[in-house]
Design a protein. Sequence first.
Length: 347
Amino acid sequence: DPDWASHSLGIFICLNCSGIHRNIPQVSKVKSVRLDDWDDAQVEFMASNGNNVAKAKYESKMPPFYYKPTYLDCQLLREQWIRAKYERKEFIHSEKQEPYSAGYREGFLWKRGRDNGQFLSRKFVLSEREGALKYFNKNDAKEPKAIMKIEHLNATFQPAKIGNPHGLQITYLKDNSTRNIFVYHEDGKEIVDWFNAIRAARFHYLQVAFPGASDADLVPKLSRNYLKEGYMEKTGPKQTEGFKKRWFTMDDRRLMYFKDPLDAFARGEVFIGSKENSYKVLEGLPPSTQGNHWQHGITIVTPDRKFLFACETEDDQLEWITTFQKVISRPMLPQEYAVEAHFKHKP
């Protein structure tokens, strides 16, 4: 609902973004389309410009890997996009893209301790040449505490979960299990530059791995937002154990569950395949089920076993079922069969 406009840039904007534009008055002057008075010169300027003209100018050299937020994204991503585009003019002048396009980046981020939950300053180094993101527990440490391969790296902003408006969740595979780390930086531009540097590194990795693929094919694979997160109850494989409340994250085809949303490792992971491979989701629980406190059940049927979950509300149940159905209705990619095989042979 673009009921607002920047009459200095000649573009129409929504209410949320109008607030961000107001914070850069030297660049963008904002008026309501409906409530404010407009003089003829302003109307003429809007008519001769418009969003498509501004896009052609201000995004003329935008790199394909740079994340372009939607209205669903967090405030930080939208603010830094607007500032990058109109205030810093990063997508007109390629040299201003150095912080995230150079293929190498190092700096300090506040990282949440795995065991104590305290945020401590840690040095991070991203190197495309080495194909890895590393962090060091001490500034002068020779060996990194962790090496995260760009191949298996994902980054997604999680301000509410991390409790910081600049909170970024980075995940990677360690021994084929997902490992989470939670970081932030006080400076919004700095953390968004890290996010886009990770996307750039993954873009260049995928260009080499899939030489025939177009940018349009690769860009959706650079980083993933989770399909859904939230609490459910679950029971064990015998289905006679009591149900326990766990935090669940649906990341592509991996359904992970944690005791706490900020745990470093999942307590367990369930692979969700496609209906062609005998995966299905059912509303409710088998009649003999006992031990669930929450009443809104979900059963996931896989080729090997059934998984039983319970949701607190009917709305939660419906949202989870819809999410599972979307995943199950999507045919499996060749590389996903290898992931499925690993899950089957897990000890």
